[in-house]
Design a protein around this ligand. Structure first.
Ligand code: UDP
Length: 325
């Protein structure tokens, strides 16, 4: 039976990944390490499985007597206002987190890491293939996230080269869906929670910047296939996202139309906000034949709206504008 470690397992994507991992009959123990910075215990409150153990601590400080057959490193904030507020902590969670977790991997075990489409920065080519080296400002306001993801990729791929480390690295593109924090601050959840609170939807800049929005169920299905289900022999990096690219303003208008009476308001553009983002899925199609994002954003947004309606308590955190200037 396998010992599994999920760093960031109480988070939005981490908790969905745990649900999939616990469906496996070869998993004897699934330890989640999470400091609840952006993750929440509620995200795993539905799990009754005795194989799941949650340890609340910083991933960089995590100690364990057991070594793990598989380590999944998702311990990082992913929303710009959150990582921009605490850049040092963001770099630490990604890079020092990976350094620490490597000590807890059994020899020959597999180390999986969720990197990001932010490694492409404000891309000058579209769609972005994994071979694109990106356009990132290492002194810019997004750099704590972008560069710590890039450096952690470097750590893992270089350890593969020098020590034959068994790695799996994915680059995720704008994931949304149930279990996002109401005060997360990213576009889809922000727009929905604003609309449900009767507040105007905040569009940063003209809203013509575009993203490829992936519903979490589709994305985590891709992760499960890439990390453990399929036999493919490809370590990564692998783009995992939705090919359909949609401007922010269109998403805002769509959500406004679902919640009658909602208005839109434009705010100052965010410094260095990427203008576009779209995955080239050529490798994904070869490595994971038949996998693609199946849930169109119209349906995904509807599902996410229903979820927020059920989960938002009156008087919850103010989501009106959590942007960092
Ligand atoms: N955005 C926006 N209003 C919001 C939140 C986000 O206009 O309330 C924009 C943001 O400036 C960016 C896009 O939506 O252009 C996606 O932002 P998000 O934070 O979701 O993801 P990321 O910037 O990391 O792609």
């Amino acid at each position: 039976m396998k010992n599994i470690l999920v760093a960031g397992g109480c988070g939005f994507i981490g908790s969905h990944l745990c649900d999939h991992l616990l469906q496996r009959s070869d998993v004897g123990l699934c330890v989640v390490v999470d400091n609840l910075w952006t993750g929440r215990k509620e995200n795993l409150a539905h799990v009754q499985d005795p194989r799941l153990k949650i340890v609340v601590t910083d991933v960089e400080a995590f100690q364990s007597d057991v070594l793990f057959d598989e380590v999944y490193h998702l311990a990082s904030p992913a929303s710009p206002p959150w990582y921009m507020t605490e850049p040092k902590r963001t770099i630490s969670a990604n890079l020092l987190g990976a350094m620490r977790l490597l000590h807890l991997l059994k020899p020959g075990g597999q180390f999986a890491f969720t990197s990001t489409s932010e490694v492409y920065g404000d891309p000058l080519v579209s769609p972005q293939p994994e071979s694109y080296r990106g356009s990132v400002d290492c002194t810019g306001p997004r750099s704590s996230y972008d560069e710590s993801k890039r450096c952690t990729e470097s750590l893992l791929f270089e350890m593969r080269r020098t020590e034959k480390l068994n790695v799996r690295v994915v680059r995720l593109f704008n994931v949304y869906g149930p279990r996002t924090r109401p005060d997360d601050g990213r576009a889809v959840s922000n727009f929905i929670t604003q609309a449900l609170a009767g507040k105007p939807i905040t569009i940063y800049g003209d809203g013509m910047q575009s993203r490829s929005w992936g519903y979490v169920d589709d994305i985590v299905e891709g992760l499960a296939r890439f990390f453990w289900r399929d036999q493919h022999g490809y370590d990564g990096p692998l783009n995992v996202g939705n090919e359909r690219e949609i401007p922010v303003i269109e998403v805002a208008r769509h959500i406004a139309q679902l919640v009658p009476g909602t208005t839109l308001v434009h705010r100052d553009p965010v410094p260095q906000d990427p203008t576009n983002r779209r995955p080239d899925l050529t490798i994904a199609r070869k490595v994971l034949p038949g996998w693609e994002c199946r849930i169109p954003y119209e349906l995904g947004v509807q599902l996410n709206l229903e979820w927020f309606k059920d989960h938002l308590k009156a008087g919850g955190p103010d989501q009106q504008d959590v942007r960092v200037a």
